[in-house]
Ligand binder design. Structure first.
Ligand code: PLP
Length: 386
């Protein structure tokens, strides 16, 4: 049999096989500390669960319009106005099955065969893969602490080519947790505009930031494409709900795409998500953000005791990108050995970085402080044997 050649360009997500080994060890009675998957140990907030249950009881199980429930699109627009100072017409918001659904729509609209797409390396691998599936070539630009682990205006200008169509950012970033502030974000947007391209910003970790106030490119660049989700800040990973904010002219073709590729996002999930914007829910979510900030600080304190803390601490998301070159230049072997010897599951950098992934790992601070401290002690023991 022969498959579509584009699929051959899609690398497996290595963290999934690591998770499988971790789960098998757990089933065999080992006490595994999970710091590998991008999903905190919090349940979906109770007001959202109740609203979802009420929607099911009320028979809200039929298709919504392809672009989503009007009330939810309005609630998201209200969220932009209230928290990010962005005036957004609800008609520019399409509700999607997770940010993944939004990325699918945006990549199919913006990146075709022969187009080049600029993004930072390291990045969230699926973002790269969506572009490859659309037929585009990805130019992954190596970034490091000197540009705050992000593309900046100078890098975009330097790497832009005649057939570059799109620049993609993710802020806060997965896997580094680093953010672009409003000034640097606007500078990238101006550069992309001057180059005659489009800007796509993945803001899925928006709201999960610990040093800078949360921000949206929508406040300064109304013609940017913006991906977001209920998965992370709102604690709704398994509900599969996200959104795409698009310039007005793109809404019609995007809606046509949505009608064809998924018809509509989950109806009960959309009704549940309406409760995510209530003050009651906001209070829960903000308490969780503060808890994640404390976890970050505990992990940083532990790593600095081992002399391993990164020079630039993560400002957002729930990830820490750690250089382990002092002890390993094979992050996959490093992660496997740490799991097998000490039952600590973290992710090899090769999942995220085309350059330098072999000596980086990603640690997700998605579990409580005591477990993080225990993980650092196990890491210390592990390193002492190296
Ligand atoms: C940067 C980034 N974008 C998009 C996604 C997709 O998220 P979802 O489809 O759950 O909304 C993830 C998931 O981890 C992510 O880290």
């Amino acid at each position: 049999m022969s498959w579509n050649a584009r699929v051959a360009r899609i690398a497996p997500f290595r963290v999934m096989s690591l998770l499988e080994i971790a789960q098998a060890r757990e089933a065999a009675g080992h006490d595994v500390i999970h710091l590998e998957i991008g999903e905190p140990d919090f349940a979906t907030p109770a007001p959202v669960v109740t609203a979802g249950r009420d929607a099911l009881d009320a028979g809200q199980t039929r298709y919504t319009p392809a672009a989503g429930l009007p009330a939810l699109r309005e609630a998201i627009a209200g969220h932009y106005a209230e928290h990010f100072g962005a005036a957004v017409d609800p008609a520019r918001i399409l509700i999607t099955p997770g940010a993944s659904g939004a990325l699918l729509l945006a990549s199919q609209l913006l990146a075709g065969r022969g187009d080049r797409v600029l993004m930072a390396d390291p990045n969230y691998p699926c973002n790269r893969h969506f572009m490859a599936l659309a037929g585009a070539e990805v130019d992954a630009v190596p970034v490091g602490p000197e540009s705050g682990w992000q593309l900046d205006a100078e890098l975009v200008a330097r790497h832009w080519q005649a057939d570059t169509r799109l620049a993609m950012l993710a802020t806060p970033s997965n896997p580094t947790g680093h953010m672009l502030d409003a000034g640097r974000l606007a500078a990238v947007a101006d550069t992309v505009k001057a180059c005659g391209g489009e800007l796509l910003v993945d803001e899925i970790y928006q709201g999960l930031c610990y040093d800078l106030p949360p921000l949206s490119v929508a406040a300064t660049t109304p013609d940017a494409f913006v991906v977001n989700s209920f998965s992370k800040y709102f604690g709704m990973t398994g509900w599969r709900l996200g959104w795409l904010l698009a310039p007005e002219a793109a809404v019609e073709p995007l809606t046509r795409l949505a009608q064809n590729v998924f018809l509509a996002a989950s109806t009960p999930a959309q009704h549940a998500a309406l409760a995510a914007f209530t003050p009651e829910c906001r209070e829960i979510l903000e308490a969780r953000r503060l808890e994640l900030g404390r976890r970050r600080d505990a992990l940083l304190a532990g790593l600095s005791r081992l002399g391993l803390a990164p020079s630039l601490p993560p400002q957002g998301a729930f990830y820490l990108w750690l250089d382990v070159s002092r002890v390993s230049d094979d992050s996959e072997a490093f992660c496997r050995a740490l799991l097998e010897e000490e039952n600590v599951a973290i992710t090899p950098g090769t999942d995220f970085a085309l350059a330098g992934g072999e000596h980086h790992v990603r640690i997700a601070f998605t579990t409580g402080e005591a477990r993080l401290e225990e993980a650092v002690s196990r890491l210390e023991r592990f390193l002492a044997r190296r």
